[in-house]
Design a protein. Structure first.
Length: 205
């Protein structure tokens, strides 16, 4: 099943990512939380979530944190119970996991899958640059967008509404947690890809 993944997305290895932040500007605003989920094909050749990693992140030195962002996410960045770690440590853990599974899947490059993924990718790239991490497994500009895919296949672009349309359970009280949103985005992406296959899509006869 590992080889099948390398054939499905032109050699790309899809990884679901979600971040929670202190604002919208990746170069100045804090990365506060990040989660990643890899995917695999099961014995029925259906795409399913596989390995996951999740970290609360300490704001980098001098980071800006907007009050409105904290009100939106409910994160207290200075709560010691978060067990937060530096962004470099968080990224190193996630990148190591991704590179290992990507290699096992015989894929050439990872591609970030997210709901409006330009936002998540921009923060991952900025954090990697600040941390002087040179081995970023992600393609620098190609992404897979579940908002676009859901708009096409389900007529909805908001994550909660898209999940509802796809008959995926979604608890709005749990939303805006990086791990919860990543899990739901992974479920949504898999359901769309598998649904396309059931309709007679890839592989072409």
């Amino acid at each position: 099943m590992t080889q099948l993944l390398s054939q499905r997305f032109r050699g790309f290895f899809p990884v679901i990512i979600d971040v929670e932040t202190g604002g919208f500007e990746c170069t100045t605003d804090a990365l506060l939380e990040i989660a990643a989920i890899t995917l695999k094909f099961d014995e029925q050749q259906m795409l399913i979530p596989d390995q996951e990693a999740h970290f609360h992140v300490d704001p980098f030195e001098g980071a800006n944190i907007e009050k409105s962002a904290l009100e939106f996410t409910g994160i207290d960045p200075y709560n010691p119970l978060r067990m937060a770690i530096p962004e470099k440590e968080a990224l190193n853990h996630i990148f190591k996991m991704i590179r290992k599974v990507q290699k096992e899947a015989e894929c050439t490059r990872s591609v970030l899958v997210g709901h409006n993924p330009w936002f998540d990718l921009s923060f991952v790239k900025a954090a990697a640059l600040r941390s002087e991490i040179k081995r970023n497994p992600f393609h620098l500009f190609t992404t897979f967008d579940t908002a676009t895919l859901a708009g096409l296949s389900l007529g909805q672009t908001v994550l909660a509404k898209a999940c509802e349309a796809a008959e995926i359970e979604f608890d709005s009280k749990e939303a805006h947690s990086a791990l919860y949103d990543t899990r739901k985005t992974a479920e949504l992406f898999c359901k769309i890809v598998n649904g396309y296959k059931n309709l007679g899509g890839w592989p072409r006869p």
